[in-house]
Design a protein around this ligand. Structure first.
Ligand code: SF4
Length: 302
């Protein structure tokens, strides 16, 4: 039972406001528990995405694209853990592209990866100059920059014998892309968790597809990853993406669960309830109806 002294304000006044050693220990233990929960959640979500989309198979050599941002560091960390515990045998090779932006801290990633003992390559390509030269003044450079980076990385995967390319896009990236495509592209498409490149040579996977950006940011903060900013090139962030990002963040704050529901929607599409004539045979509905009436088909599919 607590002593009545416990409630005596004069006693507490005389005591120091500094946490005691025991309070420190309790705080540390709580933080550790929270971190373990966060880490477990991220591992579970990555594991589920890998299973749901058959992202990694026995014998795969996975090229993990590292930009030096929070997402790719988190992806590498979680994949390394899965590699140790998964029932399938696969290898990882980290690849960073040094795009020759002024002030790029070349030593940061090699130092980090050497310490981890991970196989890695630094691919040097001066896409920075190309982007600067080709992009008109005042226009955003990210689209061309990403395209050039993607092209170089895809080619490099072949060179090093990697059959899968892992990118660090997460749930919010996928939802942002969905809205950007609707707002500006007139298409209902997002970023798939798994993708075959246009030339058929590469399979791209997004193991963080189920992970929330806020979880990744917190994990990255606690792991103290040596972050390299992506704005060394002096480019402004893509304004429209930023606006959509803020819109989603606002919704998430005001309506908890909305982003979960929207992401679920991306995995649960009903073509007959949209209006794409390529995806659903609207013209053939009468024939289907007749077949249904005559009992030639059992049920009407979506
Ligand atoms: S911020 Fe700079 S380096 Fe990053 S994608 Fe855009 S143009 Fe490329």
């Amino acid at each position: 039972m607590l002593s009545p002294d416990y409630f005596d304000p004069t006693l507490s006044d005389s005591a120091s406001d500094e946490p005691t050693a025991t309070q420190h220990e309790l705080q540390d233990a709580k933080q550790k528990r929270e971190f373990n929960k966060l880490q477990k959640r991220l591992r579970r979500e990555v594991g589920n995405a890998i299973i749901d989309y058959n992202m990694i198979e026995d014998g795969d050599r996975v090229m993990v694209c590292l930009s030096g941002g929070k997402d790719s560091y988190t992806m590498l960390e979680i994949l390394r853990n899965l590699q140790r515990n998964a029932p399938v045998d696969f290898s990882l090779v980290a690849v960073n592209m040094d795009q020759k932006q002024p002030g790029f801290p070349e030593h940061v990633l090699p130092q980090y990866l050497d310490k981890l003992g991970v196989e890695y390559h630094i691919l040097e390509r001066d896409t920075y100059s190309v982007v600067k030269e080709k992009t008109p003044e005042g226009k955003t450079t990210c689209a061309l920059c990403s395209r050039l980076r993607r092209g170089s990385l895809y080619g490099f995967a072949e060179e090093i014998g990697a059959n899968k390319i892992a990118l660090g896009h997460h749930r919010e990236d996928i939802l942002e892309t969905l809205f950007l495509n609707m707002f500006f592209g007139g298409t209902l498409k997002a970023m798939p968790p798994k993708l075959l490149s246009d030339d058929g040579k590469n399979i791209v996977i997004r193991p963080l597809a189920y992970c929330k950006e806020a979880d990744i940011a917190e994990f990255s903060r606690q792991m103290a990853f040596p972050i390299i900013p992506c704005n060394l090139c002096g480019s402004q962030p893509n304004m429209q993406r930023q606006i959509v990002k803020e819109m989603l963040a606002e919704w998430d704050k005001k309506h908890p669960g909305r982003l979960e529901s929207m992401f679920k929607a991306v995995t649960n599409v009903a073509p007959s309830q949209l209006a794409d004539r390529e995806l659903f045979d609207f013209a053939g509905l009468e024939a289907k109806q007749a077949a249904l009436m005559e009992g030639r088909i059992q049920a009407f599919n979506v």
